[in-house]
Design a binder for this molecule. Structure first.
Ligand code: SF4
Length: 157
């Protein structure tokens, strides 16, 4: 059993799987995130894989300030991810809501709703900053044991 756990931990470190969610940003961060996957940066050659289902993902990469319309999807996606999992806030929007702060349509910042492990500041952050953030998430993930982390009750509810 211990050997299996060790193998799973090694696989996570070598090939983390990401799920990306835009929670209502301007798409600037998403374009930079896409650039990480394109041939110039090509993170896939380092084993970092973007997956289409949160049920397969180790790392949740969130862009945007979390609007009312996206909050439910965010919570569902987070709940569907298996433990252990790491949340990365990509850009200023999930960290502070940035230009969207003060809008009645905004439920963020992200840490009001989910526990955030890594912040990558910038509007938008550059691809190599995003890659550095994912590398930090991988380091956290490799040492992380499953823990009881619940969705934080939002103050706007
Ligand atoms: S941080 Fe800037 S670039 Fe990224 S979604 Fe927000 S406003 Fe757009």
């Amino acid at each position: 059993m211990r050997l299996i756990k060790k193998l799973v931990s090694m696989a996570r470190r070598r090939s983390p799987w990401l799920f990306h969610l835009n929670t209502g940003g301007c798409n600037g961060c998403d374009i930079e995130f896409s650039a990480c996957l394109a041939p110039r940066y090509d993170v896939e050659q380092a084993g970092i894989l973007l997956v289409g289902s949160p049920r397969h993902a180790d790392i949740l990469c969130v862009t945007g300030p979390v609007t009312r319309g996206t909050r439910a999807a965010l919570e569902t996606i987070y709940a569907q991810m298996p433990e252990p999992k790491v949340v990365v806030a990509l850009g200023n929007c999930p960290a502070t809501c940035d230009v969207f702060a003060g809008s009645p349509a905004i439920e963020g910042p992200l840490d009001r709703i989910l526990p955030v492990d890594v912040y990558v500041p910038g509007c938008p952050p550059r691809p190599h900053d995003l890659i550095k953030g994912v590398a930090q998430a991988v380091a956290i993930l490799a040492d992380q044991q499953p823990r009881d982390r619940r969705i934080i009750e939002g103050v706007n509810q």
